[in-house]
Design a protein around this ligand. Structure first.
Ligand code: GLV
Ligand code: GLV
Length: 313
């Protein structure tokens, strides 16, 4: 069996894969050009990719032997799942192992933006801490006891919810259907209008694309914050920029963007009420190693005709 791997992985997981199948590896951290994938996938039985490789019809059509697409990610919006399935290709992914790491980052972002942690750090480093302490200096917004709104109620939303309970937050959520969880199901407009902190926890698909738009942002409280570590295109970024500029909401913390890397001329970069991280949701040593193990094992199992650990259904 022959496989194509589009990124180096942490740990010894590429060696482990090589003991089981013949591996062709893209050696750089930046994504391979599409032409490289097309040229190299022709004779391959499987491919192991990350979220920066878009697997579309053209690539699938150039891989007549392809049986498995293993993505090193929980999201699979970068794969034409419908077309791949029509071809009988198995798609595997790495959910669960990154849930807690992502929820930690989301909570970190939430506290960072509301308590102005990054702004405070910047102020000190720029030599602008002039007066030691006074009652109205750099006031942020309280997290404890506030209303947390969750858009989505999947694994990551539940993990954020568990953390929020430690902060005695009032938790409301909206998702396709109500779940049996200790939080209040509300309609979409109520979610936007009542949340003090709105956390995006949905995957990107045709129904969630730009679900956060100008109309929804206008429903939000002027004192509220938006936090997103799912996928950038869930938010209409231009509408969010307008909302932040015009004070419809107090701030935002973003780990994902409509275009990544975030263009260096993005207006978000100069805004003090915004905390930005470069798509780090699952970026812990422990989680990235587990993701490698699962992505590699998923690929080997599926190629052998056995049940992979996680298959996209
Ligand atoms: C990260 O964004 C992932 O989908 O794993
Ligand atoms: C803060 O540092 C306080 O002592 O209130």
């Amino acid at each position: 069996m022959k496989v194509l791997v589009t990124k180096k992985l942490p740990g010894n997981w590429i060696s482990y894969l090589s003991e089981n199948v013949e591996v062709a590896l893209w050696e750089e951290n930046y994504p391979p050009p599409k032409e490289w994938i097309i040229d190299n996938i022709r004779d391959k039985d499987g491919i192991l990719i990350t979220l920066t490789e878009r697997i579309d019809k053209e690539i699938i059509d150039s891989a007549p032997k392809l049986k498995v697409i293993s993505t090193y990610s929980v999201g699979f919006d970068h794969i034409d799942v419908e077309y791949a399935k029509k071809r009988g290709i198995i798609i595997t992914y790495t959910p669960e192992v990154l849930t807690e790491a992502t929820a930690d980052l989301i909570f970190g972002l939430l506290i960072a933006v509301s308590r102005r942690i990054v702004e405070g750090d910047k102020l000190i480093r720029e030599g602008k801490w002039e007066i030691s302490w006074y009652p109205t200096f750099m006031l942020g917004s309280e997290v404890y006891g506030k209303t947390l709104g969750l858009l989505g109620m999947g694994r990551i939303a539940r993990a954020v919810m568990r953390r929020a309970k430690g902060f005695d937050m009032n938790i409301i959520y909206n998702s396709r259907a109500p779940h049996d969880v200790d939080a209040k199901f509300v309609d979409l407009n109520t979610l936007f209008s009542e949340s003090d902190f709105l956390v995006i926890a949905v995957d990107l698909n045709t129904t969630t694309y730009h679900i956060v738009n100008e109309e929804k942002l206008k429903l939000m409280k002027k004192s509220s914050f938006l936090i997103n570590a799912s996928r950038g295109p869930v938010i209409d970024e231009n509408a969010l920029i307008k909302a932040l500029k015009e004070g419809w909401i107090r701030g935002a913390a973003l780990d994902v963007f409509e275009h990544e890397p975030l263009p260096k001329d993005s207006p978000l970069i100069s805004m003090n009420n915004v905390v930005l991280t470069p798509h780090l949701g699952s970026a812990t040593i422990e989680t990235r190693d587990k993701m490698a193990e699962i992505a590699v094992k998923n690929l080997i199992l599926a190629l052998r005709g056995e049940k992979p650990i996680y298959e996209v259904r």
